[in-house]
Design a protein around this ligand. Sequence first.
Ligand SMILES: *Cc1c(COP(=O)(O)O)cnc(C)c1O
Length: 370
Amino acid sequence: MEIPIFTPVRQYLNLKEEIDAVIQKVLSRGDFILGEEVKEFEQKVAQYLGVKHAIGVASGTDALQIALMAIGLKPGDEVITTPFTFVATAETVVLLGGKPVYVDIDERTYNIEPKLIEERITEKTKAIIPVHLYGQPAEMEKILDIARRYNLYVIEDSAQAFGAEYKGRKVCTFGDISCISFFPTKNLGAFGDAGMVVTNNDDLAEKIRMIRVHGSRMRYHHELLGVNSRLDTLQAGILLVKLKYVDEWNERRSEIANRYSNALKDIDSIVTPYAEPYNKHIYHQYTIRTNRRDELIEFLRGRGIQTAVHYPIPLHLQKAFSYFGYKEGDFPIAEKCSREVLSLPMFPELRDDEIDYVVESIVDFFKSKN
Ligand SMILES: *Cc1c(COP(=O)(O)O)cnc(C)c1O
């Protein structure tokens, strides 16, 4: 059996009529940039999350960069974040001349360890970027408390957590700004790149709206340094159709995760995902850990099962940022996890027989090699 780690095709086929219709509608109207569906999608997302402002941009990476521009990040400023995340979280800080200051992670949730944040704060610290990794909320209460005491901005990287909840409240509503990605693999995925910046702060919202269109309120009048980063009307139309189903899809992900975890829990060499009882984890990824990760990848590949490693190199050891001088051993838990994590096939349209096949194959691997 061939099982992809992710495919957007089944979802498209399930919604073909609705999606084809909205694409035709936008094509025949022609307002491709910040058109009707963008406004409607922004309103619906703001409503869904319970935030005042939702501003569509071209990608999750741009959302982060624009958020950092809006808080006025300057060269030399420091931003505290996790080394165990997708590169964009730190890359955008570096692009603006800032320095990512890493804090190691909690070995059970893979999110930033709040206990270690305070010792990393300096005069130059401007913001904290927690990442809700794999769809599980970071420890927002503790992070917000530290940020309040040191007068720091909090920017949530919610790229993997659209619909996740922390203590009964949706993520994206805790930070000064929150950044969302609608990259096709994300829980709410477009048919190309797309992203969003959300905030309850009116002043920041106004700046963000200007920055995404070259820093202008009125065309050709540029008050701020900006970028060109808009959500396409076509993508917004597709996302509007899909938004109606995202809760249902997140429920199904949770079911899939339970099915995996129940079947894998008795294998001693595997650590299954841990979710804090007060978190609604939405399983953007279902990620296990084993110290025989690389062998297991090959074995599963032989059975037609695709897996992925999120992420094989923690950011402090990436070559592109090597000039910051971080070295092996600086963040031991992130380093250990980067050697052991493995994400299994996960998307709402994954069938039970496919999950069972993945599980049986993993059981066979540990039986045959023990
Ligand atoms: C996907 C992702 C991003 C970037 O989003 P894009 O839309 O791909 O630019 C940023 N941070 C995290 C944690 C992500 O998973």
